[in-house]
Write a protein that binds this ligand. Structure first.
Ligand SMILES: [Zn+2]
Length: 78
C-alpha cells in the first residue's frame, strides 16, 4: 500500500535512506549550497550533518571551509 520512496545515498557515510530524510545539497564552484533545482546535487544524512568529523571530511572533499559547511547545515536545519 505504501508508496515506494526513492532511495538515495549519503555521500559521507554511504548509508542509503529515503530521499526525504536526506539533506539535498549542491556543489557550486567553490561552495556548497542548498539544492535549488539545477545542477548536480548530492545527499547528506542527518547523522552526518551533525557529525564533526564527517563535516570536516566534506569540507576537505569540496575544498571549502569547515565553518562554511557548518553554517550551511545550520541554515538548512532552521
Ligand atoms: Zn551520512
Amino acid at each position: 500500500m505504501s508508496k515506494r520512496e526513492p532511495i538515495r545515498m549519503c555521500i559521507a557515510c554511504r548509508q542509503r535512506a529515503s530521499q526525504h530524510t536526506l539533506i539535498r545539497l549542491k556543489h557550486k564552484e567553490t561552495d556548497i549550497v542548498s539544492y535549488d533545482g539545477s545542477g548536480r546535487s548530492f545527499y547528506l544524512c542527518n547523522i552526518c550533518a551533525q557529525d564533526k568529523k564527517k563535516k570536516k571530511g566534506l569540507a576537505k572533499r569540496f575544498k571549502i571551509n569547515e565553518a562554511d559547511v557548518d553554517k550551511l547545515l545550520k541554515e538548512i536545519d532552521g
